[in-house]
Write a protein that binds this ligand. Structure first.
Ligand SMILES: [Fe+2]
Length: 540
């Protein structure tokens, strides 16, 4: 029986010869470029969605130099995959061979079955006598297994043009994570220069134009997968991901997007289909029988993680009192029925919900205009300063009420989307708080790189935003902590008694060697639905 799934053995396994060590970063840009040229596996390896007997492994092969992502060039390529108990690949647990080709952009994705529960595995791919870098992954414990610890990296909003993915590098270097939760905006769709770092492109997007076609989405995914920090974190542990809007286009809904103009960009459906096809080719995610990606993963008795799809089925964003229309939906009926049944079922001691957009209500009406402007741009608050951002759950109030009424007392929302860091006690309604009880806690992680408040203000970090943070908290008593300037990542530590989120900031997203520093921590005792500040991050 598994007692713990987060142990130093994970770190030791990583350091033993493959895994993190084997995919360690070349020291110089020249070496990185040379390594990329020398291998048919220039997009790294990845794994995801661990089950007790299965995990998805992924790579992309470049069989001939001209077979670049999105090119359609290059013929069929036979690739062998291996999953082993040891770093030397002597004890093969599962293996196979498959043929990939331009019809799937030469990606390779295998849902490996028949594995042992709660077990660390090494995996790699072989093509034309060349072995890929080895990745490290792990299966989940069985649902009935007693588990006393779970630690996850939590990230969102990684915009290539806005900087380097140092958040990924620092997470990969820890060696103590069971896995990584990515809450969306893994890629951005914009044309070169449209959404960079305070208007400055740190590194340009490929292709140069806004991505619209299947070839475009494949090219963009391929570019992101060349990032050495991204490759290191994918190779270090399994990821559990969900898309938000920018995997297709800004502020998307079921029938379109703010950043989609049918008059000049054509119909929505083929663009959506192209983005989804490239996503499924390039990301280590498992889909359900109807192609859905909302799903629950479970980690023994300790925790389950329900990942929501809040883009594919939602009603169009609106404003004013229309947000209270009971006919509006964020999840779609089928996903909401499924979610309510998941939450009312047995479940684990902690119910984690991967929720791409903030569920806590937000009022900003009392902010002065000079602060409201940048916040409006970031959060999408209407001109009149209404107490909502209608792209978040604030735009779907009736459905939110139905969901909040169904929450067990051990629910933790993990949220991204708004590029800033928040620790919230989720109230029944904002207006009556603090009389309204807290129904759950919510941890919002900052962007890996995407612009936030000081960037929009072109201000020094931790200057003018301090005023905004104070005002946000004054108008939103359920917000226990908020930080509007930093880029970085979260680390969620779960044990039977409490969950704790540690926020970390990177020093400079424009530098590939940015440092990481601890920002803040909040914890919640089991069953309390409340937050308390923690004064040190969990040791690792
Ligand atoms: Fe984002």
């Amino acid at each position: 029986m598994t007692k713990a799934i987060i142990r130093r053995d994970f770190l030791k396994a990583a350091a033993a010869g493959t895994g993190i060590a084997a995919v360690g970063l070349p020291a110089t840009a020249t070496a990185i470029a040379a390594a990329a040229e020398a291998t048919p596996f220039r997009h790294g390896v990845a794994s995801g969605d661990p089950l007790p007997d299965a995990v998805i492994i992924w790579t992309r092969v470049t069989p001939v130099p001209e077979a670049a992502p999105g090119s359609g060039a290059g013929g069929p390529a036979e690739v062998t995959w291996q999953v082993a108990a040891d770093p030397g690949f002597q004890q093969i647990a599962a293996s196979g061979t498959l043929t990939t080709g331009p019809e799937r952009d030469h990606t390779v994705k295998v849902d490996v079955r028949g594995l042992e529960a709660a077990t660390t595995y090494h995996y790699r791919f072989l093509f034309d006598g060349v072995a890929s870098p080895a990745g490290l992954t792990r299966t989940a414990p069985r649902p009935e297994a007693e588990v006393d610890g779970l630690r996850l990296g939590v990230v969102s909003c990684s915009n290539w043009e806005a900087g380097h993915f140092s958040a990924y590098r620092h997470l990969a270097a820890r060696g103590d994570l069971f896995g990584v939760v990515h809450l969306g905006d893994y890629i951005y769709e914009y044309r070169r220069g449209e959404f960079a770092a305070r208007g400055t492109v740190v590194r340009p997007h490929e292709p140069a134009h806004e991505i619209l076609s299947l070839a475009d989405y494949r090219t963009r995914h391929g570019q992101y997968k060349t990032d050495p920090d991204l490759q290191a974190l994918h190779a270090a542990c399994p990821w559990m991901i969900v898309w938000d809007d920018h995997e297709v286009a800004n502020d998307s809904w079921s029938g379109g997007a703010e950043n989609h103009d049918p008059a000049t960009e054509g119909p929505w459906a083929p663009r959506l289909a192209a983005s989804r096809q490239a996503y499924f080719e390039w990301m280590p995610v498992r889909t359900g029988p109807a192609g859905e990606i909302y799903r629950t993963l479970r980690f023994g008795t300790l925790a389950d993680l329900t990942m929501l799809d809040l883009r594919s089925y939602r009603s169009r964003q609106t404003s004013g009192i229309e947000v209270d229309d009971p006919g509006r939906t964020m999840t779609g009926q089928a996903q909401m029925d499924w979610l309510r049944s998941v939450l009312s079922g047995g479940g684990a001691r902690w119910r984690l919900i991967g929720n791409s957009v903030m569920i806590s209500p937000l009022a900003l009406g009392s902010l002065p205009a000079h602060l409201l402007g940048p916040l409006r741009r970031l959060l999408g608050v209407p001109e009149g300063g209404y107490a909502l951002n209608s792209d978040q759950w604030d735009g779907y109030t009736v459905e939110r009420k139905r969901l909040l009424a169904a929450l067990p007392d051990n629910t933790v929302f993990l949220t991204g989307d708004i590029h800033t860091s928040w620790a919230n006690e989720v109230p029944r309604t904002a207006a009556t708080y603090p009389a309204s009880p807290s129904l759950a806690v919510e941890f919002v992680v900052p962007s890996v790189t995407s612009d936030n408040v000081d960037d929009f203000l072109r201000a020094e970090p931790r200057t003018i935003s301090l005023t905004a943070e104070g005002l946000v908290r004054a108008a939103n008593r359920h917000v226990r902590g908020v930080e509007l300037d930093s880029h970085g990542y979260g680390v969620l530590d779960v044990n039977p008694d409490r969950v704790q989120m540690d926020w970390f900031a990177i020093s400079n997203r424009s530098r590939a060697d940015a440092a990481s520093s601890w920002l803040a921590s909040f914890a919640s005792a089991h069953g309390s639905r409340r937050l308390r500040r923690a004064y040190r991050p969990v040791p690792f």
